[in-house]
Design a protein around this ligand. Structure first.
Ligand SMILES: Cc1ncc(COP(=O)(O)O)c(C=O)c1O
Length: 452
């Protein structure tokens, strides 16, 4: 075990220390990769070195390195090595974080970390929540609670509202919990890709007039496309007045509240009835690490708690918190440990500075783009994201550029569609990214573009 462990740590250290020199990753060909791994499980043991050699040759290089300093695509995963060790410990001790009986210290530590999140967001004391695998599960967990609390699980004629910039995990969560497309109002966003409070109020009034039952609004605390933050205070005021549940999808942006910039941008986040908050994005944790917070944590319990006879020993004492009562998983890992351990190790000042850097790098990228006549900024840097287009390029240009970036391996950006037209975006939340990385990436994009 020691020998294997040392080899594994060496592999990880080599990977981390040489990451900036490596290609940003590879997308393997299914015709090659599928047959490569398609073999029967061996009957006899194999030496660990052989297995690690195989992984090193075939598996790890054939992925995208979302922790790479020039990975600007989608939402990067700028993980940290202390949390990697925390994951090893959580897994090594095989901590059961489903009940107080099974993992009392784990439950207590999770509650303490969630209380940090609560305080950072400016929520009152009653707010609580649960670690989940990521933003999609956090959105699902929160929306099922909203349905339970506001509709008593009866969805007929109920309607929910959010901007056309909202993440697809919301659509999926609503599909899972039984909403039909006609119960969803994707309100057209304003010129800054934000949900307009006026348009929202009008949509709610029209539905009430039509005899429907508006029950919830989803506001974005940093959209995936452009980093746009919906007007949280105005939306909260509408929700209060109309007795609607306000869910804030902060999977991308909420962690930025730890910085001064983020706190200003996200003012009003503390008014949410529920919030998705993803440490595996802008809080530098390895995947999987998401979190759902509820204004009244007991509503999670009201939604999820079921007491079978075989868990009677688990439910004996009311002051013992059983995480399984607050969400979908019974057997669950100790996700809070990685957040706790990395914050203990680096300290909050380092985390704050790392988040601030995400804002600054996007601004740096924007200022560079503005000096390059071949590129046009579409949305300015906000919440660590800048989007831009190639002047004069047609729609075929972007997939060709994406493929060229993948072949080249130096850096990766991905595209999205804004107002019906494709645009590139850089998401710059990796604090290990340098200004030089950004400059050379933009130059590389220009040189690759001229070859297309
Ligand atoms: C705004 C937003 N919400 C939800 C999600 C889904 O999160 P996850 O991929 O962790 O399930 C994402 C992912 O990028 C996101 O950006």
């Amino acid at each position: 075990m020691r020998a294997l462990g040392y080899r594994v740590v060496d592999l990880l250290v080599d990977h981390y220390s040489r990451l900036a020199e490596k290609p940003v990753g590879t997308k393997g060909d299914p015709a090659v990769l599928r047959p490569l791994f398609k073999s029967a499980p061996p009957r006899e043991p194999r030496p660990a070195d052989q297995i690690l050699a195989l992984l090193t040759r075939d598996v790890f290089p054939n992925t995208l390195h979302i922790t790479h300093p020039r990975f600007f695509a989608f939402v990067p995963g700028p993980s940290n090595f202390v949390s990697v060790m925390a994951d090893a410990l959580a897994s090594g001790f095989n901590v059961f974080n489903g009940s107080w009986l099974g993992g009392s210290a784990a439950a207590a530590l999770e509650l303490a970390v969630i209380d940090w999140f609560r305080e950072w967001c400016g929520f009152p004391e009653a707010v609580g929540g649960l670690f989940v695998s990521g933003g999609s599960m956090a959105n699902l967990a929160a929306l099922a609670a909203a349905r339970h609390v506001k509709l008593n699980d009866r969805t007929q004629d109920a309607v929910i509202y959010y901007s056309d910039q909202t993440h697809s995990s919301i659509d999926r969560a609503l599909r899972v919990i039984g909403f039909l497309p006609e119960q969803i109002r994707r309100v057209r966003s304003d010129a800054a890709f934000r949900l307009s409070a006026d348009a929202l109020a009008r949509a709610i009034a029209a539905d009430r007039d039509g005899g429907l039952r508006p029950f919830a609004v989803i506001a974005n605390a940093g959209t995936t496309n452009t980093g746009a933050v919906d007007p949280l205070r105005e939306i909260a005021a509408i929700c209060r007045e109309q007795d609607l549940w306000m869910h804030v999808d902060g999977a991308y942006g909420a962690a930025a509240v730890i910085s001064e910039r983020g706190r200003k941008e996200l003012a009003g986040i503390e008014l949410a009835d529920s919030l998705s908050f993803d440490p595996h994005k802008w809080l530098f944790q390895p995947i999987e690490c998401g979190c759902v917070l509820l204004r009244d944590a007991s509503l999670l319990k009201a939604t999820y708690r079921i007491m079978p006879e075989y868990l009677a020993d688990v439910h004996r004492n009311a002051v013992e918190v059983n995480p399984c009562d607050y969400g979908i998983q019974l057997t669950r890992g100790f996700r809070a440990l990685k957040v706790w351990m990395s914050i203990q190790y680096f300290g909050m000042d380092a985390f704050r500075a790392a988040v601030e850097r995400g804002f600054e790098l996007a601004e740096f990228a924007e200022s560079k783009l503005r000096t390059m006549p071949e590129w046009e900024v579409v949305t300015p840097a906000q919440m660590g994201i800048v989007s831009f287009r190639r002047r004069g390029a047609d729609e075929k240009f972007y997939p060709a550029l994406h493929d060229a970036m993948l072949r080249d391996g130096f850096a990766l950006a991905t595209s999205t569609v804004l107002n019906g037209r494709t645009a590139l975006r850089l998401c710059t939340i990796n604090p290990r990214t340098t200004e030089d990385d950004i400059e050379r990436t933009l130059e590389r994009l220009s040189s690759l573009s001229s070859t297309l």
